[in-house]
Each structure stands twice: as structure tokens, then as C-alpha cells.
Write a protein that binds this ligand. Structure first.
Ligand code: DO4
Ligand code: MG
Length: 275
């Protein structure tokens, strides 16, 4: 079952049929610990929607905060060590990769997030920018993982590499995050074999293509959530990006007009252009 937030209300998609939800508040809807069962009961009532507003899909976020995990894949560890070696930051990334406490950082508020087909941004003062395709958790106020979406943690590698203390500037700015296209509601974790794929198109041609899978994710999502919710409350729930396992070669930087397509098969494809 997939849950969509659109300009014309909230919809469930299940087995090629759509169901419109009566609940007018997205915040109230996605804070429910019984979200999966609630949506299942709507599907079982069998009142199908006549149509689905495909062109009016919004990011699946309202008042929630977006947080992100870092250095949860070996590829991310190696890339950070390389980019920060002149600044002497490499040792921190190596240590956090194997430390019991994960790297967790604040990423965005809903206002900074774009949805499917929205334009993500590269910082005007950055010279080296990349998208980071990340499996992203929807977590309830009580800390339950309710579902999964696709996230793009846009990052300025030159700023982050100059000094690890610049991380918030490299990561948090307007349109620095994309989420969508839906929330896959599942009471079970995604299978370890789930693949994450990114394609970056420039002038219609593939400029970069990469894949990874959740088998490469070093941290258990439940453990990431338990660290995030330690002495930290989320009255509207929260999104948690689980880190990137795909980093383009160092010669690659995003450019205006690039199209970024991120696919996680059971969820769908998140497609955005760079402003
Ligand atoms: O430590 C810097 C950021 C790491 C990150 O965003 C990632 O690994 O995905
Ligand atoms: Mg990231």
C-alpha cells in the first residue's frame, strides 16, 4: 500500500486502485501508530476513487522535521575521507563509521523540502555539489517506523570537505532536500536486497548512474531511530534519511538543468530537476 499527499487530498494506492481518505490533516494522518491498519481498513471498504491526480503529487511532509544519518555505507566513509583529507577531517569519518553512536544531523523543515518534479537547488557559494539518494523512514511521534519514502540529501562537498564544522551549511538550505513520491506503508522492514538506483541526466544523456542495496547499509534502521529519539521529541513524527551508499566520482558536480532520478523499486521513482 502506498500513501500519497496531493493538492487534492490524500490517496492510498493498492493493486492498481486508488482510495481517497477523508482525514483532511496530513499531520494527523501520518502521526497515527495504526497508520497501516487504518489505511488497510479504507481499502477493504472498497470505495475506489474515480481518478488520481498524478500531476498534483506533493512532498509527503507538512510539520515534520527531516533528520539524516551519515557515513552509514562504506562508500560514504571513503568519499568523506577523501574530500576532507586536506582539512585533516578524515579520522572523524573513519571513527564514526564503526562507532556505536551513529552520525545524525538535522536536515530540513517541510518548507525546505521539494516533492516529485519540484526543483532542488545547489548552493550559490558551492563549487562541488551532488545528490545523495537515501532510503528514508517515516517515524511516528512514539518512535514507530510507519513507512518508507525516497529522499535526496543534496550536499555541497567542497563546503563539507573544507571543514566538518561546516556540515550544516553544506546540507541545510532552501530546496536542499527532496522527498517522495509516496510513503510505502509496511509493518515489515524493507528486504535487505532492496536496491537503490540513481541516474543523473544532462541534456537528455546519462551523466552518472549508480546502484547500491540495503545489504550495504551498516546500521539497523531501528537503532538509528532509537538514537534519534533519545531525549528528543517529535510531536508530529519525523523523517529520517538513512545515508547514501552512492557517491559520483570526484570529477562530477551537478549543474543547473540536470535531472535526478532516484528509484527504490517497491516505493517508486523520485524525479527532480536542478534549479
Ligand atoms: O558526514 C557527512 C554527511 C554524510 C551523509 O550525508 C551521508 O553519508 O549520507
Ligand atoms: Mg546523506
Amino acid at each position: 500500500m502506498k500513501l500519497y499527499r496531493t493538492q487534492h487530498g490524500h490517496y492510498i494506492a493498492d493493486q492498481n486502485a486508488y482510495y481517497r481518505l477523508d482525514e483532511p490533516s496530513w499531520d494527523a494522518l501520518i502521526a497515527r501508530d495504526d497508520l497501516h491498519d487504518y489505511c488497510r481498513s479504507v481499502v477493504e471498504r472498497g470505495q475506489r476513487a474515480e481518478s488520481f491526480p498524478q500531476d498534483a503529487i506533493l512532498a509527503p511532509i507538512q510539520s515534520q522535521e527531516v533528520w539524516a544519518s551519515g557515513v552509514t555505507y562504506y562508500r560514504s566513509r571513503s568519499a568523506r575521507i577523501e574530500e576532507s583529507k586536506d582539512a585533516g577531517g578524515g579520522d572523524f569519518y573513519d571513527r564514526v563509521y564503526s562507532a556505536p553512536r551513529p552520525e545524525l544531523f538535522f536536515k530540513a523543515t517541510g518548507r525546505r523540502v521539494v516533492g516529485p518534479e519540484g526543483k532542488v537547488q545547489i548552493r550559490s557559494d558551492a563549487t562541488w555539489s551532488v545528490p545523495e539518494p537515501e532510503m528514508t523512514l517515516l517515524i511516528s511521534p512514539k518512535g514507530k517506523i510507519l513507512g518508507y519514502t525516497i529522499g535526496n540529501d543534496m550536499s555541497s562537498r567542497d563546503i563539507e570537505g573544507e571543514n566538518p564544522l561546516y556540515l550544516p551549511q553544506a546540507k541545510v538550505y532552501d530546496r536542499s532536500c527532496a522527498l517522495g513520491p509516496c510513503i510505502l506503508l509496511s509493518p515489515d522492514p524493507l528486504p535487505a536486497a532492496t536496491s537503490i538506483e540513481i541516474r543523473i541526466l544532462r541534456n537528455g544523456e546519462t551523466a552518472f548512474h549508480g546502484t547500491t542495496s540495503l545489504t550495504e547499509l551498516k546500521r539497523d534502521p531501528e537503532t538509528l531511530v532509537s538514537f534519534l529519539y533519545r531525549d528528543n521529541s517529535f510531536p508530529d513524527g519525523c523523517f529520517l534519511m538513512t545515508g547514501t551508499g552512492i557517491v559520483p566520482p570526484d570529477s562530477f558536480t551537478l549543474a543547473s538543468g540536470d535531472r535526478i532520478q532516484i528509484t527504490i523499486e517497491p516505493i517508486g521513482t523520485l524525479s527532480n530537476e536542478v534549479a
